[in-house]
Ligand binder design. Structure first.
Ligand SMILES: C[S@@+](CC[C@H](N)C(=O)[O-])C[C@H]1O[C@@H](n2cnc3c(N)ncnc32)[C@H](O)[C@@H]1O
Length: 435
């Protein structure tokens, strides 16, 4: 049988790694082109096989580390490598911290901020991830349940995990057993888990509607593992989650924002770690504590920032997901905050506020998805809002939006990286802008 030629030619070459890229890959140069080498560290000489093309250069896989960097350490997790969840467990703690910090600095450098005011990274530690999206597939009698591999559809069947909270790790085996009763051969599913304060909230998404056996398996799982709620939604685009239907409701899953208890809808966005959320909320609330007047909270989710900020005065929360705004508003009414809060469902990409609308606010908070807040930043740049607090999970789109704000007359006063995604290429941050 003839083997298909690999696009990198399958060539074996020896390269020296110059830098660690944003996704955690070592980056080397070969014939004037970049080579991206997962699991290789700066300073290392490695023998690699070129496996394909990427970003005008090559993808490669390590065959042998010929000269290891002093910062190389043994990865603590047995799933490191095949599991796409963590990409840099092989780097020592100090170099890792510097890498996360430099990602924020370099993204800002590329947008013309020569010496950006970036503070030391706040760390959340291991075993703190309370929200996770897992995948499952049935293969014969077995179910593989875990994270996808790097750039792959293959699911790494995880038995242990250093980033998830202990209750989520403890759920893996019982969940796997339940999925064996739910999935047909080769059928896949997505499972979103949230460890709420009143127990675990589970959202299952499958292509096929649930039959009686599947419903009974889920009810049994909720009972035996004392889960708060299980919901099901059809697999598909994110919007499908809006159609989630409860399968087992033992008690409402609850999260406290400020002093307000909120019941998030199935699959809702909430900050991935409680410690990261606390750091973000304390930072943003501290910046806005002395602000007099109304504050706008854009991309408000279920009220992570809006409720704590409502302690100091009026807040207007704006969010695209109707289910999130409904949860926020229900909690606001229940806590007699309807006089101090207003809420609006709005698509901030297609229908951003005008500068005149923004001028009604003494401060604005924005916390967009990874694509950033381009349209909102452009409107803010033309507004008179004196203080802006930005929260971001993507330093590149943040740096783009920061450039827009600064070109519009703001000063970037401080940036705080918060490592909510240990051992991955992702980094969260909070930043303060003033006019
Ligand atoms: C990173 S989350 C932040 C949520 C909230 N601030 C928190 O900390 O929990 C981003 C939020 O933006 C919302 N979103 C995404 N695209 C949007 C859009 N075009 N317009 C309005 N909201 C959007 C999502 O539903 C999500 O709730």
């Amino acid at each position: 049988m003839r083997r298909k030629a690999r696009r990198g030619g399958g060539r074996q070459v020896e390269v020296t790694i110059d830098a660690l890229g944003g996704r955690g890959d070592g980056i080397a140069a070969y014939e004037g082109k970049p080579v991206f080498v997962p699991f290789a560290l700066p300073g290392e000489t490695v023998r690699v096989r070129l496996t394909g093309q990427r970003a005008g250069g090559y993808k490669a896989e390590v065959l042998e580390v010929l000269d290891a960097a002093p910062e190389r350490v043994e990865a603590p997790c047995p799933h490191f490598g095949p599991c796409g969840g963590c990409t840099v467990q092989h780097l020592d703690a100090e170099a890792y911290r510097r890498w996360k910090h430099d990602q924020v600095v370099q993204a800002l450098n590329r947008r013309g901020f020569d010496e950006p005011p970036v503070a030391e990274t706040v760390e959340v530690g291991e075993g703190t991830r309370r929200r996770a999206a897992l995948a499952a597939v049935r293969e014969g009698k077995r179910v593989r349940l875990g994270f996808h591999g790097r750039e792959s559809h293959r699911i790494e069947n995880i038995e242990e995990c250093r980033i998830l909270t202990p209750p989520l790790v403890a759920l893996l085996d019982p969940l796997r057993a339940a999925m064996a009763e739910i999935l047909d051969e080769r059928e896949t599913a997505e499972v979103a888990l949230l460890e709420s304060e009143s127990g675990i909230d589970l959202l299952l998404q499958t292509r096929q509607p649930l039959g009686l056996t599947a419903r009974q398996a889920l009810a049994g799982l909720a009972e035996s593992e004392d889960l708060a709620r299980i919901a099901w939604a059809p697999a598909g685009p994110e919007g499908a989650v809006a159609e989630a239907e409860p399968v087992a409701m033992r008690r409402p899953p609850l999260l406290t924002f400020g002093e307000v208890s909120v019941e998030p809808p199935p699959g809702a966005f909430v900050q991935p770690t409680a410690a990261g959320e606390a750091a973000l909320v304390a930072t943003v609330s501290g910046w806005l504590a002395g602000v007099e007047g109304s504050v706008a909270d854009y991309f408000a989710g279920c009220g992570t920032f809006a409720f704590p900020l409502s302690r100091r005065g009026p807040v207007h929360a704006v969010e695209g997901a109707e289910t999130a705004i409904a949860a926020l508003w229900q909690a606001a009414r229940k806590n007699d905050l309807a006089g101090r809060m207003t809420a609006e469902t709005r698509d901030l990409a297609n229908d951003p506020p005008t500068p005149e609308e923004l001028d009604a606010f003494a401060a604005a908070v924005f916390d967009p998805p990874r694509v950033g807040a381009k349209e909102l930043a452009e409107a803010l740049a033309d507004s008179k809002v004196p203080v802006v607090a930005a929260v971001s999970c993507n330093p590149h789109t943040f740096a783009r939006d920061a450039r827009t704000l600064v070109d519009g007359g703001y000063t970037l006063a401080e940036v705080w990286p918060i490592d909510q995604f240990p051992w991955s290429g992702h980094v969260e941050l909070a930043a303060r802008f003033r006019r």
